[in-house]
Each structure stands twice: as C-alpha cells, then as structure tokens.
Design a protein around this ligand. Structure first.
Ligand SMILES: Nc1ncnc2c1ncn2[C@@H]1O[C@H](COP(=O)(O)OP(=O)(O)OP(=O)(O)O)[C@@H](O)[C@H]1O
Length: 295
C-alpha cells in the first residue's frame, strides 16, 4: 500500500468493514442520469474499453448503460451498496455470466481492442487471460501442487515435469505462499487455513500467466491478518497484472486501488483516482455512501 492510500484509508469511516450498506435509501431529490458518469471514466492506457454496457436478467436490467475504461497494470476497485451490480459488471469481463441462461449482455466490451463477446472467441482462452478469484476460497479437493498445476496442464504450458515444477513454485512464490507450503506440496489443499486457501486460489489463477485478475470480494471470508496478506499481494501483483476488485470495504478500496468506481442501482455514478473519490467525491450519492450517510 502506498502512503497516500494509507492516509485515505484512515479518513474513510471506520465502520465494520465486513458489513455492506444496502441501497434501500438515497437522498430523495438525487437524480441519476442514465449513462452519465462523473469524474474520469476513461483512460489513455485502457486494458478494457467498455461502452454502453447493459446487462439483463430476464426482463430486469441490472446494469444500465455503463461506459468505462479499466487501465492496464492498475488496480480498479468497484464499490457500492449491495445489489448495485458490481459483481454482475465484473463477471462480464471474462464472460462468467455466460453460464446464467437468463443473463444477456449488450454494448461494446473490448479487451485490448478486441470484442470480448465475439461469438468466435474461445472463452477458455479468454478466462486464461482474465482469471478470477472468488469470495469464498474454492480450492479443488486435490493436492496443493495439483491445484496450481491444473491450469498449466490443461493449457499445455509445460512439456516436462521440471517446467511444471517451476511454474508451481513461481506461482506459489508470487502468491506469498511458497515458504509456508514447500514441504507439503502433496498435502490436500482443503486442509489449509482459509487465508492460505485464498492465496492458493490466487496462485492457481496466476499459474496460467493471465493479464488480468478479477477478484470478487476476495477477503470477505478472511480474518484481518489473512486479509492484510491478500492486500499486500494485490499491491505486488498490480505491478504485472491488471486487477479489478469488488469490495464492500471502503478501507480496502482505499488501501489497494489506484482508481475507484462507485455503482448505484445499476448505474456507474462516479469514477476517479481513489484518493479523489474518497477525499473529494463529485457526486452527492458517492459522498453520501462514503460518509455512511445512507445505507
Ligand atoms: N443470477 C441472477 N439472476 C437474477 N438476478 C440476478 C442474478 N444475479 C444478480 N441478480 C440481480 O442483479 C442485481 C445486481 O446484483 P449483483 O450481485 O451484481 O450486485 P452486487 O453489487 O455485486 O451485490 P452484492 O454487493 O450484494 O454482492 C441485483 O438486483 C440482483 O438481484
């Protein structure tokens, strides 16, 4: 964490990090203009360019004409009240919503200038480039080694055992787990602590050499010490990867991210550098949310 973000982290409200505000109330006279986002939603060095994105679950529109760039090798945090669409929008970035039959995505979603939703796109390859870490650690009921080796094996990234060993070791090192597990690589991953399991899931995600890692509330099932380790890891990983994190914790967004996007009822209300969002928000809804005035 950089010192600037540390000071922001100290300024945001110190409510229980784990409790999400709920979007049942908002300042009565606040109007959200569809498709209009205040701040700086666009970037020069975009990894993702997302324009007029709408997501429907059946007839219900969960994402309402959102346009946003996600910059390369930065951490972008998605914050907002429960049900505002953060996870839905995140899951569009590697087509995780494809498995939900009633879910339809409209608009233009590009990764490095190429259409994510192109019908000819290989979704397995897309998900290797855009990996994902979920809220609840979900290691396979296999050895620690096999959890990390799984992706490289199915993607044919190693021809020899020595190459695979090297990928496993490097991935565990990057996930800050190597020293803790190097003597028990054959032990079942389900016997690890929750925090270790989450770092193993991060090692598994980065073993296939992704360009982007999506994280959906990666610390919500972890204790404060394990959370601090994952946050340190996010800071280190952001040097090599583009990271998008959904979090209910404003302190966490302030600590780990370069830019923050505030969602409200399916709209993208405000995006800016994280310090600006937390110290001088431009939209009254953002301000109300970060100061805990509604929830
Ligand atoms: N599989 C689904 N089928 C139908 N509606 C869904 C589905 N998943 C999400 N929704 C709806 O889409 C809207 C956005 O949900 P989403 O989970 O993306 O919000 P969120 O901001 O991530 O919420 P939370 O912070 O509580 O995780 C909500 O109204 C939710 O009920």
């Amino acid at each position: 964490m950089n010192s600037m973000n540390q000071s922001i982290a100290n300024e945001v409200p110190s409510e229980d990090d784990s409790v999400a505000p709920v979007a049942e109330s908002q300042p009565a006279d606040t109007v959200i203009e569809e498709g209009k986002t205040v701040g700086k939603p666009f970037a020069d060095n975009a990894k993702f360019s997302l324009r007029d994105v709408e997501v429907f679950y059946g007839e219900s529109r969960a994402i309402k004409k959102i346009s946003l760039d996600i910059a390369r090798n930065q951490v972008m945090a998605f914050i907002g009240p429960s049900g505002c669409g953060k996870s839905t929008f995140l899951r569009c970035l590697n087509r995780m919503n494809d498995s939900i039959e009633i879910c339809k995505v409209k608009g233009s979603l590009q990764l490095d200038g190429q259409d994510i939703y192109d019908s000819k796109r290989d979704v397995v390859e897309l998900r290797a480039r855009v990996g994902m870490v979920f809220q609840k650690p979900n290691p396979f009921p296999k050895s620690i080694y096999d959890n990390v080796a799984y992706g490289p094996r199915i993607h044919g990234l190693a021809n020899r055992k020595a190459d695979l060993d090297e990928i496993v070791e490097n991935s565990l090192r990057k996930a800050g787990l190597w020293e803790e597990v190097k003597d028990r690589l054959e032990a079942n991953a389900t016997g690890m602590s929750g925090g270790q399991q989450q770092r193993l899931c991060i090692a598994r995600a980065i073993a296939v050499n992704p360009e982007v890692v999506l994280m959906d509330e990666p610390c919500s099932a972890l204790d404060p010490i394990a959370t601090a380790k994952v946050e340190e890891l996010i800071a280190e990983l952001s040097e090599s990867y583009t990271i998008v994190i959904v979090t209910h914790s404003m302190q966490q967004a302030a600590r780990v991210s370069h830019r923050t996007a505030y969602f409200h009822l399916g709209h993208l209300v405000e995006v800016n550098e994280t310090n600006k969002v937390f110290t001088s928000p431009q939209h009254e809804l953002t301000e109300s949310y970060i100061t805990g005035r509604f929830g």
